[in-house]
Ligand binder design. Structure first.
Ligand code: SF4
Length: 276
């Protein structure tokens, strides 16, 4: 495995899915450490929906999954993606492409100085290029921050599926999106942390994908058993609490009836006293 911010070496990756309500592990998939997170994702998502019949509405993922292809595949399944955002590779202290506004109707970008960057070409990877006119940039007050290297104009690249990604980013920044993303941290990250800290999943006990899968599946099964027991207990507890509260209410009613009957009795006694 060779990843920024991670140790280099021989690793396996566990691709794990949990549900957002109870944090039950719903899928475990092991790959060698050099497989990108994105690669098995859609296949694993489809497998869970098909196998368990889940009625999925939202999927929460970290920033590593924010690709045009993943966003497109999620939206095509009528799901809403909530995916973390981080700036990709960019020139330090220079305007990123997010300083430029895309206008869909005209298929142009508008730069911070309100000039158009017009479409030029599309490469074989599906990236469309939009460039400004050098004449516009020559006297621009933003050019120190905008132009890169010795270029006399600015070029922005946009993937043909970029609008799917924009949809996901827009939703993730909404209040609902922020709530779901926060829940992702409370569930799947906690699940991984517990697996490593409490169940010894930081290291493989044996080598080979099949044996590591076995370890990961058993770990997830144990975590699920604990979680299910806790959920059942809390439901049982709530059940007893309900019974208890009904009993308390019945007791209060009984007390009230007793008081009433005492009053009635007293009144009756009084009345009968008056009669007498
Ligand atoms: S340098 Fe060119 S592209 Fe950049 S803001 Fe100025 S006019 Fe627009």
């Amino acid at each position: 495995m060779y990843r920024e911010g991670k140790p280099e070496g021989f690793f396996y990756l566990e691709h794990r899915t949990v549900d957002s309500k109870c944090n039950i592990v719903t899928d475990v998939h092991v790959t060698p450490g050099n497989v990108n997170d994105v690669e098995p994702y859609i296949e694993r998502l489809d497998r869970q929906i098909k196998r368990f019949g889940f009625d999925v509405k939202y999927v929460g993922l970290d920033a590593g999954y924010l690709t045009n292809l993943i966003c497109k595949q999620i939206i095509q399944r009528n799901l809403q993606g909530v995916i973390g955002f981080r700036l990709g590779p960019h020139e330090k202290n220079k305007y990123t492409k997010y300083k430029f506004q895309y206008v869909k109707e005209w298929d142009v970008y508008v730069c911070p100085n309100m000039f158009f960057l017009r479409y030029r070409t599309t490469d074989k990877n599906g990236y469309k290029s939009y460039s400004s006119v050098p004449k516009d940039c020559a006297n621009c007050s933003h050019k120190e921050l905008c132009l890169i290297g010795k270029n006399n104009n600015r070029t922005i690249r946009r993937h043909v599926w970029e609008e799917f990604k924009e949809n996901v980013v827009r939703f993730t920044r909404s209040d609902k999106g922020k709530t779901i993303y926060k829940r992702r941290k409370e569930t799947v990250e906690r699940s991984f942390a517990d697996a490593k800290e409490l169940h010894g999943l930081r290291y493989c006990r044996m080598r080979g994908k099949a044996k590591v899968s076995e370890q990961c599946l058993l770990t997830a099964a144990v975590q699920n058993m604990k979680k299910i027991a806790m959920v059942l207990f809390s439901h049982g507890f709530q059940y007893f609490m309900k019974i208890g509260s009904i009993y308390c209410q019945l007791y209060r009613i009984q007390l009230a009836i007793n008081k009433l009957s005492i009053k009635i009795t007293i009144t009756q006694i009084g009345n009968s006293g008056l009669c007498q």
